[in-house]
Structures are given as C-alpha cells and as structure tokens.
Design a protein around this ligand. Sequence first.
Ligand code: TYD
Ligand code: MG
Length: 468
Amino acid sequence: MAKPRTTFICQNCGAVHARWAGKCDSCGEWNTIVEEDPAGGIGGGPGKALRKGRAVALTALSGEIENAPRILSGISELDRVTGGGIVRGSALLVGGDPGIGKSTLLMQAAAALSRKGHRIVYVSGEEAVAQVRLRAQRLKAAETDVLLAAETNIEDILATLSLEQRPDLVILDSVQTLWTESADSAPGTVTQVRSASQAMIRYAKSTGAAVILVGHVTKDGQIAGPRVVEHMVDGVLYFEGEGGHHYRILRTVKNRFGPTDEIGVFEMTSGGLREVSNPSELFLGERNENAPGAAVFAGMEGTRPVLVEIQALVAPSSLGTPRRAVVGWDSARLSMIIAVLEAHCGVRLGQHDVYLNVAGGYRISEPAADVAVAGALVSSLAGLALPADCVYFGEVSLSGAIRPVAHAAQRLKEAEKLGFKSAVMPKGSQDVPDASRKSSIEIANLPDLVSRIAGGTILSRERDVDES
Ligand code: TYD
Ligand code: MG
C-alpha cells in the first residue's frame, strides 16, 4: 500500500516544507506550519492516470477585443477602486483585519447593486441568517432583493447557485470558512482555502457571474492568509484603517482590469460606511496652523490628489541613542532625510529625539513626501511655524538635490481648491500652468529649503547647545 502523502504547509505564505518546523523559512513566521493532505484537492498533484492532452487553437495577438462588461454599484468610492465597476465573470478578493468592516462594505455594495436591478447572492459562512438580517436592517439594506444563505460547503453552495437563475454577483464571506469535500484538511487551512477559491473562480469564469471572496488577514498568520488566493483572483482589494480612527481605506493591490493605485475612502458611522469624496478635508482635520513642526504634503493616491498634514516633533534627547519614531511613513526614509539634513544642510539632529506622524492615521508611500517631512523637521527644530497656506512636495536625493515628481499640476490644483495660496515644489516640475508657477516657490536643493524656513536660527541654536 502506498504510504499516505502528507506535506507541511505554512499557513501564512503557503510554502511547502518536507517536515515540520517551528519557523517558516520562506516568510519567517513562527508556528504557522501545519500538516496537510494535499491529495484529492483541486491541483492535488499526480495520482490519477494522466490523460492525453487536447490541442487548443493558437491565435494572433491582434484581433477583436471587447470591453469587459462591468456592473456598477453607484457607490463611487467602490467603483473607482474596481476600475469602473466589477467585471462580469471575474473574481475579486477583499482582504482586511477582522472587524474592519468588510462584511459591512459588501452588504452595502450588495444592496446598492440590487437596487440597480442586479441579482446578488450573499453567502455568509461566519454569521447566521438572523445576524446578517440584523446588520442589513441597520444598514437600511433589508428591503432589497439580495438573496441570502448561511453555508460553508462549496459543493452545496455551487448546487444552490446552479438551481436558480444565474446571479450577477456572488459574495462569499469569508473564504476561511469555506471547505470542499474534495480536500481532507480542516477549513481555514491553505489546502481548503485554495481549493474552495479555485472552485469559486472556476464557477465565475464558466458562468460569467462575478465572485467576491472575503478574506481575513491576521497578524500572527494562524489562519491561512488570503495571500495564497491573491495570485488566483483577478483583483485584490485591501480594506484598511487605523484603530481609533473612523475612516477606512479601500486600496487596490491587484487589478487585471484596471489601475492598481486607486483608493476609496469611507467613514464608519453608526449607520454603516459613508463615502468620503473629499479625503483631503478628512486628513487635514483640525489643523493648528500656528504650531511649528507641521507641513501639508500634496500627495497623490493613484489618479487622485490627497492633501495630508505631516507632523514632526524634534526634542533634545536624554538618551545615548536618540529615539526615532514614525507613524504613517517609512522609517528608513526618515533616517535618510535626517542624514541628508545633517550632511548637506548643517542641521544637527544627533542629540535630538525625532517623532514623525502623518495626521489622521493615514499611510504615505510616496517619496514625494520627502520635502514636506524635511520642512516639518526643520520647522520643529527651529520652533518656527511654516506658512499655513503653503503645501510641500518633492523627492530628496542623497546629494541634497530636490527632484521633480509626477503630477505636479494636479497636486497644485487640489491645493488651490482647498484654499492653499502657495506651494514649495521642485525646480523644473513639468506641466505646471503659469499661474500656479507664479504663486509657488521652486527650490532646487534641500539647503535652500532649510534657509528659507529657518534662516540662520538653526545654526545659532546649535551653537547655543554647544556652548552650554
Ligand atoms: P464587520 O463588517 O463585521 O467587519 P469584518 O467583516 O471586516 O470583520 O464590521 C464590524 C465593525 O464595524 C464592528 O466593530 C462594528 C462596526 N460597525 C459600525 O460601526 N456601524 C455599522 O453600521 C456596522 C454594521 C458595523
Ligand atoms: Mg465579517
């Protein structure tokens, strides 16, 4: 008799190991390796006699194409993120921390789509029908024609779907609860998540119904991360938010039918998620315009400009190694800006703790924030507030030069719209209208920025410190 074949699969990244280990070599997570039986599941490997392949017709790259038919929800933040609506026959994964509001978002989307006459099936594997109804009532979605089921078995779900008229969209909440009889592992393991998702994706492709899979991402990776599903689906959206803040950001991570750098901004209220169509107002919040250490960064999220306040606090340190704490930005990038300020601008931060915070719990990934960060740092160190009606953007290079960034005109336009009168931007920014160029300050290097903000104060303050 053949020895039963089992493998050890990391539940976090899906890496296959020959034997159990406490730590996964490929992702570095601890206690994530679980013994599974991959045989039988879809793609379970050889075992059956191999079938002779069937030839498929090869065709040319040029030829007729049709625009992917989409279904629009009317929730514009959601439609923007999906690239103009959910494509029929596609599979989407919506991931996020537990409790962030994925079920709420999808229930609202289901209701909105249903009101537009689409046929929506919502399958909940986590909550009972009564619970989902209760939520729907709270979201004022109960009076719509969304069809509901509480089921976790894939075979049963597919049988149910085949009975009725084909839906336009099937929502499965969540992929971790799904299981198929063809795989032997427990629900939530990589093998189950993978084969259940594959079955649903095949259903989407063969019937033309769109499928949305919901996946929890846990920090400790105990439950199979939706990461193993990411490469199988057509689009991956992440729903994120900071604890203690009410707004949520829906971010495209992968999209085979549209751009991947879009965000949708929502606010969690007692009546569900509310669209925030002007995120800049949200992130600028209640600004104290006369406080030193704050700079407004004119950023871009995909095609949309977003203004955020960057706050810095530079304070003399009592520690041997001063603290560097960053929230919402890259700490390596902060170290680089500090090094450039020290090396090229004579700004000494070696004896100072540096705290950097992006207001509202927002996260910035753009290097264009460099100039705003440098501005906030210098302003805090010098104790001089930056002009309240000025925005900052530009990338700093190691030589201290300030490099132009893309979409300068859009950034300036958004700033103007929100009442900002001037901008500090890189010299040589492209496509800037003459009117905006007149009111803005173009700088070529960081020392120039520092002397504009602080004049001689920083150097003299440093001397005071040295003398004492
Ligand atoms: P939920 O959609 O259940 O999260 P997920 O499916 O991602 O696990 O959302 C849960 C949180 O949202 C919960 O803490 C309560 C909050 N919430 C509101 O604040 N208002 C609402 O109208 C709803 C339905 C939920
Ligand atoms: Mg949920």
